[in-house]
Design a protein around this ligand. Sequence first.
Ligand code: HEC
Length: 417
Amino acid sequence: MDNNQNDLPHLGLLAEYETPEALMAAAEKVRDGGYKRWDTHTPFPVHGIDEAMGIKNTILPWIVLGAGAAGTVTALVLQYWTNAVAYPFLISGKPLFSWVPAFPVTFELTVLFAGVTTLFAMLGLNRLPRLHNPLFNVKRFARATQDRFFLAIDSQDPLFNDSSAKALLAGTGASAVEEVPDDNSATTPPMWMLQAFVAFAFLTFIPIGIIVGSWKSTSDKPAWHFVWDMDFQESYRTGEQVPLFENGMAMRAPVEGTIATGELFASSSYFRGVLDDETLDKAQADRSASEYVEFAPIAATRPTLERGQERFAIYCAPCHGDSGYGDGIVAERATSLIATGGANGWVPPTNVTTPVIASQPDGQLFDSITNGIRNMPGYGKQISVDDRWAIVLYLRALQRGANATIDDVPQSERGGL
Ligand code: HEC
């Protein structure tokens, strides 16, 4: 190091002591001497050494406090901005921004910012990581981890003066005072370290390359197949030949009397809306109007109709409208899209109160709800059997209301119309 301000041939002075008490007394003297760049090294923590050295409290807590506050502000601004400004989305009339749901994110970011800052600020304040220290070039310094106590003054200290510092240390009862030799052997890392680093940096691109490559891949096979389990096994497909069985067929006939999942209908009229007829060919019965049951197999009580009304409002009204005229909100939206050239191929929901629909048997309405009809999806998976029948009965009420005549109004009420 030739930029040494005092043009000294060494980096500082190292004094050795035999006891912690001696070191402590020496530290107090160096402190009172006004030195700033110096340190002590001991094999175990020595209580009171920080006071003896005049070390002030660390500013780390203030840095962490600032980082935590920054985390809090970031979280709140981020949530306020995304929820209430950039993408305001009204959910069930709730406020766009509120403190309560913002809490978890705010807490997390506060802790995250503070935690990460604690680590890095600590490393920075301690000037870590430090892989080499010139003190390691002094042989006796190895005993700093065993049974000796050291005090080192850096020659960069503004007060440093070779002879006066030496005199000061000699007067502290040091068992030895030694110069710390200059060395720059450790300023560049060894070649093999650089080579390993380059090789490692190169290797990290391989996984990234594989991932990018798999984006472009059109193969339907998994890119990586680590766990094979039973993915590749000798199995036969339906209709294949297999020598194992006498008749050579891989597919076995179902055991007599077994019923496939979802095929168990104790009553066709109740579950499917078609007549209970053992002799009826099932395939033909499914969609033939003449075989639909005329009347729903459940009673049209007030609670049932109210249930039907409620279910209709949930499952049907969005398309068919509250009164069944086919003017639900979905239909309205589609109509407005059509006006601007959108919603191609849109089929409007049927007005379910017209005589055409009103003349259908209950079983047919039930079947339309269960399996869907042309462009309308089926709701059998979502709505229970009882509820589907309740909706059918409510449909009847809607049809009755839409086609009412003055004769349907009680005599006493007619005056009010
Ligand atoms: C996603 C919108 C939508 C929902 C929800 C919906 N429907 Fe439909 N519905 C339609 C459309 C569209 C048609 C006309 C289908 C066609 O003609 O291709 C239709 C037709 C019908 C028909 C006439 C069937 C026929 O024989 O012509 C009935 C009855 C019906 N829906 C009842 C219901 C009931 C009851 C519900 C509630 C369980 C319901 N729909 C839910 C869109 C819907």
